[in-house]
Design a protein around this ligand. Structure first.
Ligand SMILES: *Cc1c(COP(=O)(O)O)cnc(C)c1O
Length: 236
């Protein structure tokens, strides 16, 4: 595993360190495709997010629809070109809000969600980019479609629901080396003709980049520890 970061409070310095480490990892693997750095802003307050924007982060990830709805409209009013991605599990009764708020939804993982998203895209005339989340470790408690059902699910998203799927996302088991999970995700994507690969977090983004990540989702290495400045959880 890659060594852990010790991020400071200085988001610009953290971002520069992340980019330098990505450059080094990509050079080592003789790859030249830089993944997009998705700043994972869950539990970060508006001021910290604005600091990250000032430092140059332009793509963000949130894992809860309600939290994103509470924080982002004001920020987006000032920065309309930002991209906001849903990286957490989605319930079908939140599909309408998710389609309205997010530019990408990375957590499509079952027919009920695919249908709800398809209905909302029709209704709202707004189509976020869509990724299928794969439970590469087949962990019972974790969201995502099982690897051996992914091909059929992608086919049914396309043919059954008319959805354009752009790529795949995974969160490897916490207690296993991540590389085989990233490699599996890349393999499933390739055989389904998918380009986007959202994989890698603060502890393993370099390995993910070496294995073809197009998006690395980075929270603590960018912002510092979550909860350092607690948000009221009761809001929204
Ligand atoms: C929180 C979260 C991340 C970021 O985790 P860090 O270890 O803080 O970088 C990435 N992906 C998902 C889905 C998350 O929920």
């Amino acid at each position: 595993m890659a060594e852990r970061f010790h991020p400071s409070d200085d988001i610009a310095a953290n971002l520069a360190a992340i980019k330098a480490r990505l450059d080094r990892a990509l050079a080592e693997a003789a790859r030249d495709r830089q993944p997009a750095i998705v700043g994972v802003s869950k539990m970060q307050d508006e001021a910290r997010i604005r600091d990250a924007i000032a430092a140059g982060v332009s793509v963000f990830g949130e894992n809860r629809v309600q939290e994103a709805k509470a924080k982002w409209p004001a920020i987006r009013a000032d920065h309309p070109a930002l991209e906001l991605r849903l990286i957490g599990p989605l319930q079908s009764n939140k599909a309408g809000e998710a389609v309205a708020v997010f530019d990408a939804i990375e957590s499509i993982d079952r027919p009920k969600i695919a249908r709800a998203i398809a209905d909302e895209i029709q209704k709202q005339g707004r189509a976020p980019r869509l990724l299928v989340q794969v439970n590469t470790g087949d962990e019972p408690q974790k969201a995502g479609i099982a690897p051996d059902q992914t091909d059929a699910f992608i086919a049914s998203c396309r043919a059954g629901f008319g959805l354009e799927i752009e790529g795949l996302m995974c969160i490897p088991p916490a207690d296993e080396p991540p590389a085989p999970h990233f490699a599996l995700l890349a393999k499933i994507a390739a055989r389904n003709g998918l380009n986007a690969l959202s994989m890698g977090m603060s502890g393993d983004f370099e390995i993910a980049a070496q294995l073809g990540a197009t998006h690395v989702r980075i929270g603590t290495a960018l912002f510092g520890a979550r909860g350092a400045q607690a948000l009221p959880i009761t809001s929204a």
